[in-house]
Unconditional design. Structure first.
Length: 378
């Protein structure tokens, strides 16, 4: 139901005025997932976050100086730690901003900026030229927030994103995996390495779902396979440490991939060695029996198969990827499975799409449930 709730929030925010009061209402709704009033939990979460920042960005305290959480953030979501006003969302956005600043960009485009917290941090730390692209109904909030914070920015709707021009860095977090696949594909195809030198992405990938309740997930996934196939991987982290710290998300946790692409030639490891492993010959021989946060102990195999699907998909590499995912799925399908099967069938020349009768029934059931949900709460 996560996407249904997200869509409901979009409908609700359309009714709010474009004002500080409207922004505060949105913040209270969106920050609910990362808010905790428990003092001990706040302290543990802050210690965990700062440990991660020490590891990923040595010297970050000196770099940010006295920068703290915005006074625009509702007081109930903030607390004092080491004489600094912070929130869990502040740490999250600070980490993303510092990752963006590794390449010393002069211009940054962010697609789906929330209310512009990353843009505020980028401006205070490096006076970066900042552009926001978002839906008209949600573009109002970064406009209100950044204006109140005296941060200059350019605002473009999703219909005008091709006016953004070139930039040093493209950023997207937590929305490519929540929007229709064709929409995410349009953004990623347009902002390729000919328009941005570096791309920083943090989005859901390889989550299992219930086809009877969440059939729409099949059409809101697959962004990874549209990421620029001509770009080289700078960083590839499935479920990075900063997504699993205490209090980072109190409900609805999902697996995310932290992907950074840069200008350069992609490198692909051979899949011949993978194809010779024993699990490929015996479908009952599981590649991994782990069911905790980490999907598989051998990330190299998974990354290699996914990179082949992104850069140079073939029927053989997709078959190996699908077989590998089946071996670790524990009978719960991954959101990307149907998309990958359709892509495989296209590569072998089949015009049919993968939708057995049970999938049609699941899609219809899920649609009815979502309609009832909207009628009840919208």
């Amino acid at each position: 139901m996560r996407s249904s709730i997200w869509k409901l929030n979009q409908i609700r925010t359309q009714r709010l005025p474009e004002s500080i009061e409207g922004l505060l209402s949105v913040q209270r709704t969106e920050l609910f997932a990362v808010q905790t009033a428990n003092v001990d939990e706040q302290r543990r979460s802050a210690i965990a976050w700062e440990s991660i920042l020490d590891r990923r960005h040595p010297g970050w305290r000196k770099r940010i100086g006295d920068l703290s959480e915005s006074s625009m953030t509702p007081r109930e979501h903030c607390f004092i730690h080491n004489n600094r006003r912070v929130s869990l969302d502040f740490y999250k956005k600070l980490n993303l901003a510092l990752e963006v600043l590794r390449s010393k960009p002069e211009s940054v485009i962010e697609i789906g900026a929330g209310w512009g917290q990353v843009g505020r941090i980028l401006w205070h730390l490096a006076k970066v030229k900042y552009t926001v692209i978002d839906l008209p109904e949600t573009l109002r909030w970064p406009r209100v927030f950044l204006h109140a914070e005296n941060v200059p920015a350019t605002f473009l709707t999703d219909a005008d994103y091709q006016n953004a021009g070139k930039a040093d860095c493209l950023l997207n977090s937590s929305s490519f995996g929540e929007m229709p696949r064709d929409t995410a594909a349009g953004y990623l195809r347009y902002f390729n390495s000919s328009r941005v030198r570096r791309t920083v992405l943090l989005n859901r990938l390889l989550n299992t779902y219930d086809p009877w309740l969440e059939a729409q997930r099949e059409h809101e996934c697959g962004w990874y396979f549209y990421a620029d196939p001509t770009a080289a991987v700078e960083r590839w982290e499935l479920e990075p440490d900063f997504t699993t710290i205490p209090g980072v998300e109190l409900h609805g946790h999902h697996r995310e991939l932290f992907l950074i692409l840069r200008e350069g030639t992609p490198t692909l490891d051979s899949i011949d060695e993978i194809a010779s492993q024993s699990w490929t010959a015996h479908r009952s021989n599981r590649a991994s029996s782990r069911t905790t946060h980490i999907l598989t102990p051998d990330m190299r195999v998974l990354q290699t198969l996914l990179e082949h699907a992104r850069v140079r998909p073939t029927a053989r590499s997709l078959e190996l990827l699908l077989q590998y995912l089946e071996s670790i799925s524990l009978r719960h399908p991954f959101e990307e499975t149907r998309f990958l099967r359709d892509l495989q069938r296209q590569l072998v020349g089949s015009t049919d799409t993968y939708e057995p009768l049970v999938a049609k029934l699941q899609r219809a059931t899920s649609l009815i449930i979502r309609c009832l949900f909207y009628l009840r709460y919208a």
